[in-house]
Design a protein around this ligand. Sequence first.
Ligand code: HXC
Length: 521
Amino acid sequence: MYRAILKGTPAMKDILSELENRRDAARLGGGQKRIDAQHGRGKLTARERIDLLLDEGSFEEFDMFVSHRCTDFGMEKQKPAGDGVVVGWGTINGRQVYVFSQDFTVLGGSVSATHAMKICKIMDMAVANGAPVIGINDSGGARIQEGVDSLAGYGEVFQRNIEASGVVPQISVIMGPCAGGAVYSPAMTDFIFMVKDSSYMFVTGPDVVKTVTNEVVSAEELGGASTHTKKSSVADAAFENDVEALAEVRRLVDFLPLNNREKPPVRPFFDEPGRIETSLDTLVPENPNTPYDMKELITKVADEGDFYELQGDFAKNIITGFIRLEGQTVGVVANQPMVLAGCLDIDSSRKAARFVRFCDCFEIPILTFVDVPGFLPGTTQEYGGVIKHGAKLLFAYGEATVPKVTVITRKAYGGAYVVMSSKHLRGDFNYAWPSSEVAVMGAKGATEIIHRADLKDPEKIAQHTADYEERFANPFVASERGFIDEVIMPQSTRKRVARAFASLRGKKSQKPWKKHDNIPL
Ligand code: HXC
């Protein structure tokens, strides 16, 4: 071959065409028949997914010709180029990301030692160059023919997931099977997206479940998108198909910084930061027990009403997601009075704590809207460890050093008041609407405890309740003590919050040295 190059152009042509032939063969993955089968299931191929995820023409591939080294079970006769995963880098709206996309048409996308090495290579580059990693998972798991070599490969990926955590954002998109120990790589990433009806995640599949526990359950029920977005909270969102899921990943990436040393991108905005929303003056109903939709407040405060919600189908009593203010990303956590009256419980505490920690490690400021009557009572909560799980949110807010702006709209009772980014947990700006009540508990409950002797006299109790409301069901006692910085008009919330964050852009915070904290897990 080299002699041919020296001899002149025609041989060079042959070499170039050989390269093209090799590339074409690699691009065909497991062949047209398997590609058709993939399409038949409503799934795109690994390369089609990358094309949709990245800006047109921006993908630069690595390791297209890598093949496995297994010689057991006749594997030496079957060495597809690329070994079941397409890896490389490209851009999303001009910003660099690294990507791997498992190719189910090649040996079921199963993970061999070399397949894992390819993933590790781009993860290392992502950390070194400070850009997010997006993993598209569609795999039958460990390459059975390779045994422990495959497990070792997974282990190397896991270790990198851990090391990259908090350094670059990691996003997993589940677009096919993801089973056994393989689920633990996505589980350690920051966000997991799934596709309805074509993806599933479980540690042990339906057959093993039946053998061990006698339960009969389908793959979809056990680990489909609905299960993981509504019941387990393993996944952050589920989408109708591959195209929608990938478009949503692009939208998410636009909110995020490339790494922990960079700020999120500042988008052009066409919404006046000082915009007044008079409708917010009547958002909170007169009856303190009547719910209202906290999402209305979030969208009315956000630039152009754009809210990117995460975990929207799980623990709906708390809302988490991203908005922009003056074009800059802000993480929002908000109690939702429409569900469980906005109480904190195990699920909502876990959900919000994880979100707060994500924001903090990537320097995304946090806006908290509070309407919380307390922690949900009951044996289910206590036996489930609400003490430990509630403490996660408390801990997460208290350790977060990013700018924190809090607005209490109505109730802020008891421990939940402290937890929800209060002044005491180093909230930078703590605002309250005039309708807010900062107290140990609601007036009725308080009266029944401190005036127990009068319980049989409804008139006296009514009087005591009214007295308590008069004294505590307002934001002024807390503001007299400086726990609330300012009581603000609801209509001016966007303006006040935007100005607060603008004033905090230079915030620096010092902490004593420690190896790491010991958050209650
Ligand atoms: C090698 C595999 C494979 C695997 C699938 N294939 N999984 N090859 N190792 N793990 C191959 C199949 O032989 C087949 O090859 C092709 O991929 C497509 O698979 P099908 O079975 O035809 O597809 P489908 O009917 O859609 O079923 C998909 C599947 C099933 C549900 C994923 O293939 C399956 O159950 N695979 C085994 C899953 C498994 O037990 N994995 C190990 C889990 S333990 P041909 O040539 O016929 O097209 C694990 C541990 C990780 O992953 C630990 C990390 C620490």
